[in-house]
Design a protein around this ligand. Structure first.
Ligand code: ZN
Ligand code: ZN
Length: 225
């Protein structure tokens, strides 16, 4: 039995600007959904009233006015949790929290976050950053130079194993002692020397961080044996 549910746009009504036009892509940004999910909503007939506008890169693009979207947002949709008819990501938006729909929603948000990450920190910037680090520019400075935050650099490394490896390889050049110094990759390098005549900070280059990682592993093994 179809039941009246709030329109998926309802919870975004406060963010809709009635005076501007919206494309599928911009609605996807607004709702933090994948573009394909918004197209799906349009196919289900939940976004009637679009018009075709010329796109700045050629061709035409489906467009809604903000005022239209606000009217739609106030209009409930009649929908049954029919998993044969609707996509799981869409059903999640109208309230289904079954395992399949929740998983689809999470995959959708993850894809979106990664697409955004790709836009703000694309390959050419990543290559430049890695080259700068290989030239011994500290991570924070290298990040500033390519126009991203260090958080974005480490955030990407947390899920992009290839990038993490590139970062690690380049990071050997960051050793405070110099990567050819025999103390690179030792406890002395990692801890630094604050009492020396010329104090030396603790090293966070790849070599010295690796020493720390091995050490932590040994400690854990020792504790469990
Ligand atoms: Zn479901
Ligand atoms: Zn070091």
């Amino acid at each position: 039995m179809p039941t009246a549910r709030p329109h998926p746009l309802a919870e975004y009504a406060d963010c809709i600007d009635p005076a501007r036009p919206y494309t599928v892509r911009q609605i996807a940004d607004l709702m933090e959904m994948a573009v394909s999910s918004v197209s799906g909503m349009a196919d289900y007939g939940w976004l009637p009233g679009s018009s075709m506008k010329p796109h700045r890169r050629g061709g035409r693009v489906r467009t809604w006015t903000g005022a239209q979207l606000l009217r739609l947002a106030r209009r409930p949709v009649r929908v049954a949790y029919d998993h044969g008819q609707y996509s799981p990501a869409t059903l999640y938006r109208v309230g289904c929290r079954c395992k399949v729909c929740t998983r689809a929603h999470n995959a959708d948000s993850l894809m979106r976050r990664r697409a955004l990450a790709e836009e703000t920190f694309p390959t050419d910037k990543r290559l430049l950053l890695v080259a700068l680090i290989r030239g011994a520019t500290p991570v924070a400075e290298a990040a500033a130079e390519v126009g991203v935050t260090p958080g974005r650099v480490y955030g990407r490394a947390a899920w992009d194993a290839d990038f993490a490896q590139q970062l690690d390889e380049a990071g050997w050049a960051l050793c405070v002692l110099g990567q050819d110094d025999p103390r690179c990759g030792t406890g002395g390098g990692y801890r630094g020397d604050s009492r020396a005549e010329v104090p030396r900070p603790g090293c966070r280059g790849t070599g010295c961080r690796e020493w720390r990682r091995d050490r932590a592993q040994q400690e854990r093994a020792g504790a469990s044996s």
